[in-house]
Design a protein around this ligand. Sequence first.
Ligand SMILES: Nc1ncnc2c1ncn2[C@@H]1O[C@H](COP(=O)(O)OP(=O)(O)O)[C@@H](O)[C@H]1O
Ligand SMILES: [Mg+2]
Length: 298
Amino acid sequence: MNAPASAPKATALASPVPAGPQGSVQARPPTPRPDFIKVESARKVYATGRDTVEAVSDVSFSVTRGEFVAILGPSGCGKSTLLMMCAGLESITSGRIGIDSMPMTGPRESIGVMFQDSTLLPWKSVLENILFPVRIMRRPVRDYMDRARSLLAMTGLTGFEHKKPHQLSGGMRQRAAICRALVTDPDILLMDEPFSALDAMTRDEMNEALLGIWDRQPKTALFVTHSIREAVLLADRVLVMTRRPATVVEDLRIPFPRPRDPSIGESEEFNRLVRHLRGLIERGPRGAGAPPAMAATP
Ligand SMILES: Nc1ncnc2c1ncn2[C@@H]1O[C@H](COP(=O)(O)OP(=O)(O)O)[C@@H](O)[C@H]1O
Ligand SMILES: [Mg+2]
């Protein structure tokens, strides 16, 4: 097993920190926060009949509590597998995943998950869908009603709680899925291309909604996307994965403070970060001779 130290160190393309007034005492560096999610040399091999597929080869990274980390990588490189291993929904072939210093051995109530499809139950109302995890956990639904209603208000779904999923637009279904993922107030939200099936305008709206939710209910998040701009807008760090079998080739810190407004997408700094990631993705991590990490999506 490789040492976890092989994980790329987070790099920042931020402008240099301005020098303090002459003669002032150098500020002490912030105390490093402990790792909340720690992935160490995680590897996954699927066995299907006589064939085996190495979906994830050697992935190491860590996430501190409250950080929003986006993962970029080509289709089939193992992003969903990695997320499912972090959710405890898929076993790890070798290596280790720890959440809050506890090894991941199975699903946990403290983790919410969102997929590309809202996976709402079509025969249940929006409110019943949002409260579904509460029923699964056999907790009293009445204790969660206020929280469900405030999430509905936060995501602009008040008035739609008794509609069925087919009566909602795609964006509204994903809003309901966010409410469902947050209703039990999990510590961690794992999102697997949650907005990829939406049209561009709805996707922008969803990005704005997610930024708003994050300001009010900050969580620790892993967010898989194909969109470089979406990753830079939403995340505190962006990890770039290579083609299968996947490893992490870049760990980029995004310096924008929160609360964030989508208008930061017009700033030179934002576009510099996007260009850096696109260049890395198009040229590959090791310069011109290396294969590209993925097909770039702006
Ligand atoms: N349950 C499975 N059984 C066998 N192979 C799988 C399974 N799930 C995914 N794979 C394979 O593992 C690789 C990575 O898949 P996945 O994690 O879905 O990638 P991504 O989310 O990056 O598109 C792919 O080659 C895929 O075909
Ligand atoms: Mg996937």
